[in-house]
Write a protein that binds this ligand. Structure first.
Ligand code: AMP
Length: 315
């Protein structure tokens, strides 16, 4: 996971636990859309879980599990695929971006938003806390739920998204017109548990522009504005207020690197302790899956019944 995931989503997930009943899921079935190496998938599933725990997801008060451990996701996803239109899926900008960058485009990459709708709808979800890039998918999820309810009667709760004001779109440090994404070895991406010296180096080398004027203007000055946005999100200020403290780029980069490292230091430390005990992480995930199944199976049963699938023949 990278700094964009943290500022745009994970930090918000941690805060929401205070007064909401939260369900968080490591989406390993989604990861299969790009055919990852199995060893890497296993390691990354554990690492992602460890990062979430280290960042403050509470496995007791919230439900934290791995998607593939709750088979209901795959089954409801099929029903969602039969509810969403081909044209709707084709309009998803993430599919266009990802398929432009891949040699092999799996059918799963195309139908991914239907599985994501199942992930959300299985838990009678009211609120979906995401970064700005997921707005379109959550809107599609609402449309799918409404269509299903219209066809079969009220069955699924129609959710809304919650998008944070600061940090909702962290951009790549080298190509600030693209969002920061998962290629952690890229100089434009900062990993949540990346070494502090590497974080500082990447921020120091971030692309800016030649006029050396610090001003928040994402269209004209995307690189500088991205650094201001990151520093603002890390220090709970607005990018405009942060901009007024600087007249040249050097000190802005130094302070951004320090603020990011300060923000991530406790997460890194916790992560190192957790990742040293993979069996412990697995046992927490097994308990989480048990809790998740209780809710997921009830929703799936309801959807099966409404859609006309025989339910008394289930053993
Ligand atoms: P994903 O990268 O698709 O696994 O995203 C996990 C969460 O992080 C989602 O809620 C995304 O909206 C959010 N997210 C991903 N990339 C960024 C980014 N560059 N800036 C802000 N939020 C992001």
């Amino acid at each position: 996971m990278h700094l964009g995931n943290y500022l745009g989503a994970v930090r918000n997930w941690v805060d929401l636990q205070e007064d909401h009943d939260c369900t968080y899921c490591v989406v390993d079935l989604h990861a299969l859309t790009t055919a990852p190496n199995p060893k890497h998938l296993r390691a990354n599933t554990l690492a992602t879980t460890a990062i979430l725990l280290a960042a403050g997801i509470n496995h007791n008060s919230s439900t934290l599990f791995v998607q593939s451990a709750v088979a209901e996701h795959a089954e409801l996803a099929w029903m969602m695929e039969c509810t969403v239109g081909f044209g709707e899926l084709r309009r998803m900008t993430q599919f266009k971006d990802k398929s432009d960058r891949s040699d092999f485009i799996s059918a799963g990459l195309f139908t991914y938003p239907a599985l994501q709708a199942a992930d959300i709808l299985l838990y009678d979800t009211d609120l979906v806390p995401v970064g700005d890039d997921q707005r379109q998918h959550v809107e599609l999820c609402r449309d799918i739920a409404e269509r299903f309810n219209h066809r079969y009667g009220e069955t699924l709760i129609v959710p809304t998204h919650v998008i944070p004001k600061a940090g909702a779109r962290v951009m790549d440090l080298q190509n600030p017109s693209d969002k920061m994404s998962k290629s952690l070895d890229s100089p434009g991406t900062i990993g949540i548990v990346e070494d502090p010296s590497s974080v500082a180096r990447k921020i120091k080398r971030a692309v800016t522009d030649s006029d050396n004027e610090v001003r928040y203007d994402p269209v004209v000055k995307p690189g500088v504005s991205n650094l201001l946005g990151i520093l603002a999100a890390a220090t709970h200020r607005t990018p405009e207020a942060v901009a007024s403290d600087y007249s040249i780029y050097g000190p802005l980069k130094l302070d951004t690197a320090d603020a990011v490292n300060e923000l991530l230091a406790p997460i890194r430390q916790q992560y190192q302790e957790l990742i040293a005990e993979p069996a412990h992480i697995e046992s927490l995930l097994a308990k989480g899956a048990e809790k998740a199944r209780v809710v997921a199976s009830a929703t799936l049963q309801r959807a099966r019944e409404r859609a006309g699938l025989l339910t008394r023949v289930l053993s």
